[in-house]
Design a protein around this ligand. Structure first.
Ligand SMILES: NC(=O)c1ccc[n+]([C@@H]2O[C@H](COP(=O)([O-])OP(=O)(O)OC[C@H]3O[C@@H](n4cnc5c(N)ncnc54)[C@H](O)[C@@H]3O)[C@@H](O)[C@H]2O)c1
Length: 340
């Protein structure tokens, strides 16, 4: 393995774990498998380029692509397969893939035998900086995304940067949108870092927030920076603009809204354009059809909207959850955005 990998500790008492970031880190997994593990269930997808060399008996389970397969049916099939191979409570599940695999494998591990250990090998940028870290697992119902799930922390995570070379461009853009958010959550100078350092720093920020607020009752909401408008743009475009790219547009919008509300200066808004547009090459404009009349009801329906229109917004003190934002401010900030 490369000696230049980064290690980030997620500090959760006796459930603490390391996240390894770098090229070739998946090769390290064999050395991290606890001694009492006799069998391993590897959950992955057909397009995922990483195959693990494992020192104990194991079986590979491939799940289908796409959100329709992120389902209870898939979890039931996995758990039946685990039972057929004789996986016990002392054994291990390893999820190898993007956020869909880590969510599904994590949830199957959380419920099989009332909980078996799980490790993740994250192979998309989004899984590295977000989905694989923090223990949120789950599947969709027809009534909505991620409606059934569990908090189930992994015992190790490997952010395998070799996998990024095969990632389709739109997947990479989605991850960059989430990565861009971290530039504004901390005061760190992300722009001076290389990609491995940026991923490791994003993991560090998420790890610290998870350690302080594991079950998302307060600080963890800051990870939703850019997501309020982002979710509305995803729905308004019928998911043609995918999640991370919508979040990127949402970051620029949140900066405008903060400026309209007198929370930040124009320079800080320009920083958002510089990161999202110039650094990561992502769109900073609202897609055509995303008019205020289309977006406003979607923003109002956002699950974080506990008290009127709610946004995570920047300020001189850093990011804060701001409830009760007026419709007039929301419209004014939308009017400040380019439409393309
Ligand atoms: N649990 C959390 O905290 C959390 C956070 C954010 C997102 N999520 C979830 O993550 C999911 C999205 O994750 P995603 O964006 O990683 O997409 P994904 O997991 O659906 O992967 C997208 C596609 O890329 C393929 N792929 C994965 N790695 C590859 C590689 N290295 N090379 C080529 N192809 C590869 C996959 O097989 C899949 O077809 C959503 O279901 C979302 O709800 C969870």
């Amino acid at each position: 393995m490369t000696s230049s990998h980064s290690t980030v500790r997620v500090d959760l008492g006796d459930r603490s774990y390391d996240v390894l970031v770098g090229h070739g880190v998946a090769n390290e997994i064999a050395t991290q498998i606890p001694d009492n593990v006799r069998r391993i269930a590897v959950v992955t997808q057909p397009g995922v380029p990483i195959r693990l060399a494992l020192p104990v008996e194991h079986k590979i389970f491939e799940i289908g692509n796409g959100e329709s397969n992120k389902s209870i049916t898939t979890v039931e099939k996995l758990c039946s397969g685990f039972a057929d191979m004789g996986l016990t409570r002392n054994d291990l599940v390893i999820g190898v893939g993007g956020g869909m695999v880590t969510d599904v494998a994590g949830f199957a591990a959380a419920v099989f035998h009332r909980g078996v250990r799980v490790m993740h090998v994250a192979t998309t940028l989004l899984a590295m900086v977000d989905a694989a870290i923090g223990g949120k697992t789950g599947v969709n119902l027809s009534a909505g995304k991620n409606l059934v799930g569990a908090f189930w922390q992994p015992s190790a995570v490997f952010c395998e940067m070799d996998a990024l070379s095969t990632l389709p461009p739109e997947q990479m853009r989605g991850g960059l949108g989430e990565l861009a958010k971290y530039h504004f959550i901390s005061g760190d100078d992300f722009l001076s870092m290389d990609m491995q350092q940026r991923i490791a720093r994003a993991v560090r920020i998420k790890a610290d927030i998870v350690a302080a607020d594991e079950r998302e009752s307060g600080q963890r909401a800051l990870l939703n920076y850019g997501h309020t408008l982002g979710h509305a743009v995803e729905i308004a475009t019928n998911f043609k603009v995918q999640h991370g790219e919508a979040v990127a547009i949402g970051l620029v919008y949140a900066a405008h809204l903060a400026e309209v509300m007198g929370r930040i200066s124009d320079d800080r808004v320009k920083e958002h354009y510089a990161v999202v547009g110039s650094e990561y090459g992502l769109s900073t404009a609202l897609p055509k059809g995303c008019t205020p009349d289309v977006l406003l009801p979607l923003i109002a329906n956002d699950k974080k909207a506990l008290d009127g229109l709610t946004f995570v917004l920047d300020s001189l003190r850093g990011l804060e959850v701001v409830p009760g934002v007026s419709e007039q401010n929301v419209r004014e900030a939308l009017a400040a955005m380019e439409v393309r």
